[in-house]
Design a protein around this ligand. Structure first.
Ligand SMILES: Cc1ncc(COP(=O)(O)O)c(C=O)c1O
Length: 364
């Protein structure tokens, strides 16, 4: 009999497993701290949760036994005026993560090059590996800005099929200037601007989709609308390309509960925008407070998190010490983020608790 264990695609067998963050309940058990007492500032979630009427709408939905609409018609009709793009250019996914996956599966053949600029969101290199592409990193400069000339050179040198740039970038929080986007759009490559955090920032290039055949913009309801657990993101994708994504997407990729929650969220944009404004004000308050702390250097952010370099002491230790007190932050092992932590924007009282814990640990 054939050795079926050898049937695995060699490129998949060689892939490193993705390490997701620990589930909340597991962490709570490990730390011996009840879930409701944990201050979770590690995954850029919205501390306010969904808009108030979303829970009610979910409770009252009579259609959970029915498959969702594979054409996502109601969803796309509601998103269209919100984002200012026609429904023909909108495709929803099981989180914007799924749109990243679909784009790669349509465009990237084995050994095609995909470029991103670390430190950045990890899914771009992960998905490149899944489709057998070659990932090329063009590192950011010391301020974490994209090195536009180095990126342009790399696109030409490798004939890169795709470039992924979050704006604001995760985990550094900085925006890509519109003039730089326009410069990059002249390159012979697909440019994917990932605007997962756009609602907390001062800029978006969503309006440019359709004017440039090589621009895709990704957005999500995970952050601004507090729906991370329901998984609904979307792509703004030129017509020539979106046709191919429709062909390969799973028919029922977005679920009924997510649709209900998104439609209700879009009926509450004013309330959600008001909350985003509060989170931005809190971000600025936390940034100012972190700036005064000896041994910590926060980086300015346009997103719902702040990256912070630990100049005195060990960031891994600091993360562990805060976790023992029930405050969860993100810590990175990669060299570009040596001794950095990332704090997601929480409620004002979460930040007060964080600052008090930091003071207690000698960071004042
Ligand atoms: C830059 C960036 N893009 C995409 C995502 C994924 O968003 P979604 O929840 O819509 O899959 C994240 C999540 O943290 C992110 O940071």
């Amino acid at each position: 009999m054939a050795d079926v264990t050898q049937f695995v695609r060699p490129d998949i067998a060689a892939l490193e497993a993705y390490t997701p963050i620990q589930p909340f309940d597991v962490l709570s058990e490990q730390l011996g701290i009840p879930i409701e007492q944990i201050i979770k500032l590690d995954a850029n979630e919205n501390p306010y949760g969904p808009a108030p009427s979303v829970t009610e709408a979910l409770r009252n939905c009579p259609f959970y036994a029915i498959y969702p609409d594979p054409d996502q018609t109601r969803l796309r009709r509601a998103i269209s005026p919100f984002i200012g793009q026609p429904i023909e250019r909108i495709l929803c996914g099981n989180g914007s993560d799924e749109i990243i996956d679909l784009l790669m599966r349509v465009l990237v053949q084995p050994n095609d090059v995909v470029i991103a600029c670390p430190p950045t969101f990890g899914m771009y290199s992960f998905n490149t590996g899944v489709v057998g592409g070659r990932f090329v990193a063009v590192p950011r400069d010391t301020n974490f800005d994209v090195d536009i000339e180095a990126l342009a050179d790399a696109v030409l040198e490798h004939q890169a099929k795709m470039v992924f740039l979050p704006s604001p970038n995760n985990p550094t929080g900085n925006l890509l200037a519109r003039e730089h986007v326009l410069r990059l759009l002249k390159l012979p490559t697909m440019l994917v601007l990932d605007e997962a955090y756009a609602e907390f920032s001062s800029g978006s290039v969503a309006d440019l989709v359709g004017q440039h055949p090589n621009l895709v913009v990704l957005r999500t309801f995970s952050k601004w609308a507090g729906l991370a657990g329901l998984r609904l993101g979307y792509g703004l994708i030129p017509e020539w390309l979106i046709t191919h994504l429709w062909k390969i997407k799973q028919p029922y990729n977005t679920n009924v509960a997510a649709e209900v929650a998104v439609l209700q969220s879009l009926a509450e944009t004013e309330a959600l925008n008001a909350r985003a404004k509060i989170m931005v004000a809190e971000r600025e308050r936390l940034f100012a407070a972190l700036q005064t702390i000896d041994g910590l250097t926060p980086f300015p952010s346009q997103a719902n998190f702040i990256l912070c370099r630990v100049e005195r002491g060990d960031a891994a230790q600091l993360k562990a010490d805060l976790a023992k007190r029930g405050i969860l932050l993100r810590y990175y092992r990669n060299p570009e983020l040596a001794n950095c932590i990332r704090v997601s924007i929480g409620l004002p009282e979460h930040h007060d608790a964080l600052l008090a814990a930091l003071a207690d640990l000698g960071y004042r």
